[in-house]
Ligand binder design. Structure first.
Ligand SMILES: [Zn+2]
Length: 187
């Protein structure tokens, strides 16, 4: 297997790591066919030999685009935090693994926004208390709403950013969140 670079998150995909976060995919990677970046979840068109990572000079971005990236980073941290907590609270063992893998992918999305926006650190957010939810179905319901919100956010703001690179990145991540909705709906 040749080494592939993900142009969205910048990670190198190889035979040691292609199977990471496999619970976050419906029909995930096989050694013979790498369909997704195991780190950020984008599809194979963004995995390229000698790939050049999507980057922008932050000084060329307008303030609204930086604000959108900041908001996107917070949204992904919020969702990553949710999946970590949910993975501890759900009872089904498979769902625990799935939520944990999803958390890693959402945090990677947050890191993509951090890099593009030139932010120093990932946001630290207030963590809501999710222990009032008791059933696995309730967590699946929240997860679905979170993913739908993320898709709506990306669709809305990809149209207003002034950078082609940022727009392409938001669109790529939106596709990942759409796949998460399908994954959650199959539970
Ligand atoms: Zn990636």
């Amino acid at each position: 297997m040749s080494m592939l670079k993900c142009v969205i998150c910048g990670m190198n995909v190889n035979e040691k790591n292609f199977n990471l976060n496999s619970y976050a995919f419906i029909d995930g990677n096989k050694k013979s066919y790498i369909r997704y970046c195991p780190f950020c979840g984008v599809n194979e068109i963004y995995l390229q030999e000698d790939g050049k990572v999507y980057s922008v000079d932050v000084n060329t971005l307008d303030s609204n685009t930086i604000k959108i990236l900041d908001h996107a980073m917070k949204l992904e941290v919020f969702n990553g935090d949710f999946y970590v907590e949910a993975s501890k609270l759900v009872k089904n063992e498979n769902l625990k693994k799935e939520f944990l893998d999803l958390s890693r992918i959402e945090y990677m999305h947050a890191n993509v926004h951090k890099r593009l926006g030139g932010f120093k650190e990932l946001s630290e957010l207030h963590k809501p208390d999710y222990t009032k939810y008791k059933k696995d179905e309730e967590f699946l319901e929240i997860a679905k709403k979170r993913e739908e919100h993320a898709v709506a956010f990306y669709n809305k703001y990809s149209k207003v950013v002034y950078s082609e690179i940022v727009r392409k990145t938001l669109n790529a991540l939106s596709e990942v969140e759409k796949e998460h909705i399908i994954l959650i709906e199959t539970k």
